[in-house]
Design a protein around this ligand. Structure first.
Ligand code: MLT
Ligand code: MN
Length: 309
């Protein structure tokens, strides 16, 4: 069995976002039940209900731990059920939460070498002491066991793979063109995870569904997928940004090249959109866009969502 808890459903910035003052963010702030607040994208998984692996350490991780009793300490005076953290990319919303995990309790940290290089190059992350927190390099396209800090297997295995994406914003050069900045391979990973017969994908950052990704996802029982924007130009249309989704390395839900059109033919069991930007009307349970998604069989992640496989 594999238990999955959605710790956070929103994209970087969360919902409401600190500086966002448009109608949707105001509704979230006012407690409108159709605009539920969401923290930044992350899921936690466990094969045994005791040891948990967190996929991406969001800046909201401290609050996410408190909101999820499965992640509360259970043993002794200092401990944590968090056996490990797996990072899919080097964006701030994927790794800043590591700084919450700095009080000396062991866990294992897994990421691609490119992301470990970013951590190694930033001395602030040394507060997460390598003595307690081994940094382990994920090997793309191979199954590997997720182990706790001491090397004990958790019953969960992961097979990471490169997906179309881009470098983290803070690593873009000043001269980066306004055209999409495509990454080197492995700046953005998708994860296939399994425990026994249970299987799922986590692909929360993805610029497009190419043939390789479509083949890989085909027939999967559960896919968490990049739901950043509903429409590619939605931030521009709302007057809150200059960038398209494509420029940010995120596929949109709608449109002929969008995620709904690309995923619909793949025969997926459940598709749960996650990493949803505060501008995406899919966050609003009373929006026409949400009705369209649900009518087409897609789900929208929410903080506190639980799935058992
Ligand atoms: C993204 O998903 O595009 C990033 O989280 C953006 C950011 O770092 O602000
Ligand atoms: Mn992000």
């Amino acid at each position: 069995m594999l238990r999955v808890h959605v710790l956070g459903a929103a994209a970087g910035g969360g919902f409401p976002q600190w500086n966002a003052n448009d109608a949707a963010n105001r509704r979230a702030r006012a407690g409108d039940p159709a605009a539920p607040p969401a923290t930044q994208a992350s899921i936690a998984l466990s094969a045994d209900g005791v040891r948990w692996f967190v996929v991406n350490a969001a800046p909201d991780l401290r609050a996410q731990i408190e909101a999820n009793p499965c992640l509360h300490p259970k043993a002794g005076l200092r401990s944590s059920p968090i056996a490990g953290v797996v990072l899919t990319n080097g964006d701030v919303d994927a790794l800043a939460g590591l700084l919450h995990l700095r009080e000396g309790t062991p866990f294992a940290l897994y990421a691609h070498r490119r992301v470990l290089d970013v951590l190694d190059a930033n001395p602030i992350f040394e507060v997460v002491s390598r003595r307690n927190v081994p940094r382990r390099s994920l090997r793309p396209d191979e199954w590997q066991p997720l182990c706790d800090a001491s090397g004990t297997e958790s019953g969960i295995e992961v097979r990471p793979f490169a997906v179309p994406g881009k470098v983290p914003l803070y690593l873009e050069s000043d001269t980066a063109a306004d055209a999409a900045v495509e990454s080197e391979a492995f700046d953005t990973l998708g994860l296939e995870l399994r425990a026994g017969a249970a299987r799922l994908f986590y692909v929360a950052n993805c610029a497009r569904v190419d043939a390789a990704l479509a083949d890989r996802l085909w027939g999967a029982p559960l896919v968490f997928f990049d739901g950043t924007l509903f429409r590619d130009d939605e931030m521009i249309a709302a007057g809150v940004g200059r960038k398209t989704g494509a420029r940010m390395g995120h596929i949109s839900m709608d449109g002929p090249e969008g995620a709904m059109a690309a995923l619909e033919p793949l025969g997926l069991g459940r598709t749960v959109f996650i990493h949803i930007n505060n501008t995406n009307p899919a966050l609003l349970s009373d929006s026409a866009e949400r009705r369209r998604l649900e009518a087409a069989g897609f789900e929208i992640a929410h903080d506190g969502m639980e799935i058992e496989l």
